[in-house]
Design a protein around this ligand. Structure first.
Ligand code: SF4
Ligand code: SF4
Length: 382
């Protein structure tokens, strides 16, 4: 697997060790005794309240969004299970292909076009291809429910990552931090499980190995950067040119020979150096204001990578106290906006005239884009 040619190398300033999934903030709530109270608040029963955004209707929407992920995928629990199964069996195909049929062989560019076409057909909003860097595969997996902690390896020949992004609805993100905005994350988890599993089946039926993966198996953001899907930002998320940070990411790892997409730079790092909207609007104050650094904040940060490290303990601590998750850092980001003449023009300026960034940030402030939406206004919209 590649390590020398990938575009995430521009962020690497020191030795990078494979991340142990056990240290993911969510998984830590299952074993870290210091986080016992946080875990109780996060994973206990929810009592609907009168408070807007936390009513029974809002919680029902949240559960509806997560329905497929929680019942048929479990990508937030562990790899190689249900829709994210690594094997072809048990698989009910509509049309079973004869065992002796030869694999499809096209030149990588042509094959990549077909794989991308299939991914979009199946529901991906964005799809890119990258060489898989083994440093981004978890060293160990950790089962969220059973707490099994095991060494993790993927087949050596799976050298490619087909990265899928699912757009999260702009208006729903704006109702953060409520059960309504959490529903849009849940829906994207459900949709990405469907797309990744279906795309993996497409690749298997071409005659190749395919491993569908949600938040399991490896770190999605550097894998997506290596696939030329976007850039790393101050809020710790992937910024895509099309949707900003308003995406959830899945991937299919495969041995099907494909043509990687080129690296992508469109001015995010310079813009984030001047913009601190996500940090200002973070209720936990866990996003850094200053320069990028490579020092880990705690064991949930990977060392050796130059970035604005998020204090995930403070972030999840706020989710626990708030009674649901938060998307403020997505909702206020100027890159977040849906496509349109004015927004596309602003994106063009970010890419081509970085000296105008301070004015674009001021314009964003003046137009009040960072304002959240009230739950009652959300439900009142058609
Ligand atoms: S999710 Fe909310 S609390 Fe966490 S970093 Fe983003 S804004 Fe801050
Ligand atoms: S809100 Fe501003 S600083 Fe934060 S990620 Fe978006 S552009 Fe970067």
């Amino acid at each position: 697997m590649a390590t020398g040619t990938v575009s995430s190398n521009k962020y690497i300033v020191g030795p990078v060790e494979r991340f142990d999934q056990k240290n993911d903030m969510f998984k830590r709530t299952r074993w870290d005794s210091n986080l016992r109270e946080m875990a109780r608040q996060l994973w206990g029963e929810a009592m609907p309240s009168e408070k807007e955004g936390f009513t029974r209707t809002d919680i029902a929407l949240l559960n509806a969004g997560y329905f497929v992920e929680r019942n048929f995928a479990h990508g937030n629990y562990i790899h190689d299970t249900l829709l994210y199964s690594w094997s072809t069996e048990p698989t009910a195909r509509f049309c079973r292909i004869a065992e002796e049929a030869a694999p499809v062989v096209n030149e990588p560019g042509e094959m990549s076009r077909k794989v991308k076409k299939a991914a979009r057909f199946l529901g991906a909003d964005l799809v890119n291809i990258g060489l898989l860097d083994s440093r981004w595969i978890y060293s160990h997996s950790f089962h969220f429910v059973t707490r099994e902690h095991e060494k993790l390896e993927i087949p050596e020949e799976c050298r490619y990552a087909v990265v899928i992004a699912i757009e999260m609805d702009y208006a729903t993100i704006k109702v953060s931090p409520t059960c309504i905005s959490r529903a849009v994350a849940g829906l994207a988890y459900s949709q990405m499980a469907f797309v990744a599993a279906s795309l993996a089946q497409f690749i298997r039926d071409l005659g190749y190995t395919a491993i569908p993966s949600g938040n399991d198996t490896g770190l999605n953001i550097p894998i997506a950067i290596d696939a030329g899907m976007g850039e790393l930002s101050r809020n710790g998320l992937l910024i895509t040119p099309e949707f900003g940070p308003r995406v959830r990411i899945a991937k299919v790892l495969t041995d099907l020979p494909l043509e990687p997409d080129p690296p992508l730079e469109f001015g995010v790092a310079q813009f984030c150096e001047r913009c601190v909207k996500c940090a200002t609007h973070c209720p936990a104050q866990c996003i850094q204001y200053g320069e990028r650094a490579d020092k880990p904040v705690n064991i949930s940060t990977s060392p050796g990578v130059l970035k604005w490290p998020i204090d995930a303990e403070k972030c999840l601590g706020f989710w626990a106290r708030n009674g649901t998750s938060c998307c403020n850092c997505i909702g206020v980001c100027p890159f977040n906006k849906p496509s349109g003449r004015l927004h596309d023009l602003a994106r063009w300026f970010v890419r081509h005239t970085p000296w105008l960034d301070p004015w674009l940030i001021k314009g964003d402030d003046l137009l009040g884009y960072e304002k959240p939406m009230k739950p009652r206004d959300y439900w009142a919209r058609p």
